[in-house]
Design a protein around this ligand. Structure first.
Ligand code: FES
Ligand code: FE
Length: 448
């Protein structure tokens, strides 16, 4: 007869947190792990939608996607389908894409221009600001006193940060600017380089991937550890572009669970902005504060996650991909919408300064598509791991008794921080400090 040890084979949870001066939860100070069920379990996925996605600011579109009155895109906020519309008065509205009569999907297109949306079932018609304007035969069938205003589309709060549109259905959530908090300082480094602002010149790219949404969000939050292993072929084949000298990095954490990892070329006195046209460097210096210039100068990469599901990656690439390509800096935005515990609906955008030359934008776009497009070499490496993690995390024993570990550089952060600015800065380039931060906030919301 055999006996079964029913104790967890690795610690489940087991974190310690405290409060910091800025109100953010402190980083976990003990061994940190996340139960694997959170990466595969349907009931936990339902809880995420209710506890996290329903209350967070969620990225829905770049303003440049809907420049004219009537322009709209249809998007997801978690599993809720929404229309993001530029109204006749120029405001942006984010509204549930569901007819208020019996609930049919109202707009079936991904993108378009319309003054009104007419339901395909019984013909109710809504203006592009969500007001119900037309109900067939309503005097005869509902009565002349039928109150159309009580059937307007349900609207979310919508706010913009440097052209990035976020929405939330939580009336009590803080403003978007307060939600971003100190992270705004760092986002402005690459969103604020030009006085003309930014645009998403090639629109949005969409694909499904078989994996849990958090795996990508945590990867972008600060996983410098996987680069030389998961992406080794890219380095060996010289596909990663040139990088001068050695690098040093910092991890930065913010209230509400946001994170950034920033890396720069080490030991360079001269202030340079790799990837940006040299004639634009004076403008960058005037656009950014001295502290932002210090953070952004000689940047080799900056990436992070705005909790819960918007990640970004800024990276310059010298020489582009093909002969004749100009130097450029790619800014990619990427949203992870969990349409199930095992399926993630992803949208990607290239974001570029509006008034930069077309060949600069094309070179940046090529970097995004060749490195991080749906079939690109970077993406394929990561997706293979994420698919395999889903495969094993779905196991019953695994979900019940095994945890994912995040103790890398727990007590051994080997570097001095080279930057002293907003947020909680940790001088640890290769570590899991940011993943611990992301998941601590996640667990606080899921288990609090
Ligand atoms: Fe839209 Fe009836 S469901 S009009
Ligand atoms: Fe990767």
């Amino acid at each position: 007869m055999t006996t079964v040890d029913d104790s967890p084979s690795t610690p489940l949870g087991g974190t310690v947190s405290s409060s910091t001066g800025n109100g953010a939860a402190a980083a976990p100070t003990q061994s940190f792990s996340v139960p694997r069920r959170y990466f595969a379990d349907s009931s936990d996925w339902e809880s995420e939608l209710e506890r996290i996605f329903r209350h967070s600011w969620l990225f829905v579109a770049h303003e440049s996607e809907i420049p004219e009155p009537g322009d709209y895109v249809t998007r997801l906020m978690g599993t809720d389908q929404v229309i993001v519309s530029r109204t006749e008065s120029g405001d942006v509205r984010t509204m549930l894409n569901s007819c208020t009569h019996r609930g049919t999907l109202l707009c079936k297109a991904d993108v378009g221009n319309a003054s009104h949306f007419r339901c395909g079932y019984h013909g109710w018609t809504f203006a592009n600001d969500g007001k119900l304007t037309g109900v067939p035969r309503y005097r005869e069938l509902y009565g002349a006193d039928f109150d159309k205003a009580s059937f307007n589309l349900r609207a979310a709060r919508t706010e913009s940060f440097h052209g990035l549109l976020f929405a939330t259905f939580d009336a009590d959530q803080v403003s978007l600017r307060d939600y971003l908090g100190d992270m705004a300082f760092y986002l402005e480094c690459f969103l604020g380089v030009s006085a003309a602002g930014t645009e998403a010149p090639y629109g949005a790219f969409r694909f499904l991937h078989q994996g849990n949404w958090k795996l990508e969000a945590d990867n972008f939050s600060g996983d410098g550890y996987h680069l030389r292993h998961a992406h080794r072929a890219g380095f060996d084949l010289g596909l990663m572009g040139s990088q001068a000298g050695s690098t040093e990095g910092v991890c930065i954490q913010f209230e509400h669970g946001h994170t950034i990892r920033a890396q720069r070329t080490a030991g360079v006195e001269e202030i340079a902005f790799p990837g940006y046209p040299e004639e634009r460097w004076p403008e960058i210096r005037s656009q950014l504060s001295p502290a932002q210039v210090e953070m952004f100068a000689n940047s080799t990469v900056m990436h992070g996650t705005i909790f819960p599901n918007l990640s970004f990656l800024h990276t310059p690439r010298a020489g582009g991909f093909d002969p004749g390509d100009v130097d450029a800096a790619m800014v990619q935005l990427r949203v992870f919408n969990p349409v199930g515990p095992d399926t993630t609906d992803e949208l990607c955008w290239l974001v570029a300064p509006t008034d930069y030359a077309e060949d600069w934008k094309e070179s940046a776009f090529k970097t995004m598509q060749r490195q991080h497009g749906a079939t690109a070499f970077f993406e394929s490496d990561d997706m293979e791991n994420f698919r395999r993690m889903l495969q094993v995390n779905s196991g019953v024993e695994t979900r019940a008794r095994v945890a994912a570990n995040f103790d890398l550089a727990h007590d051994h952060a080997p570097y001095e921080a080279w930057f002293d600015g907003p947020g909680n800065i940790v001088g640890s380039d290769i570590s899991e400090v940011n993943q611990r931060w992301f998941y601590q906030h996640y667990l606080d919301l899921m288990e609090g």
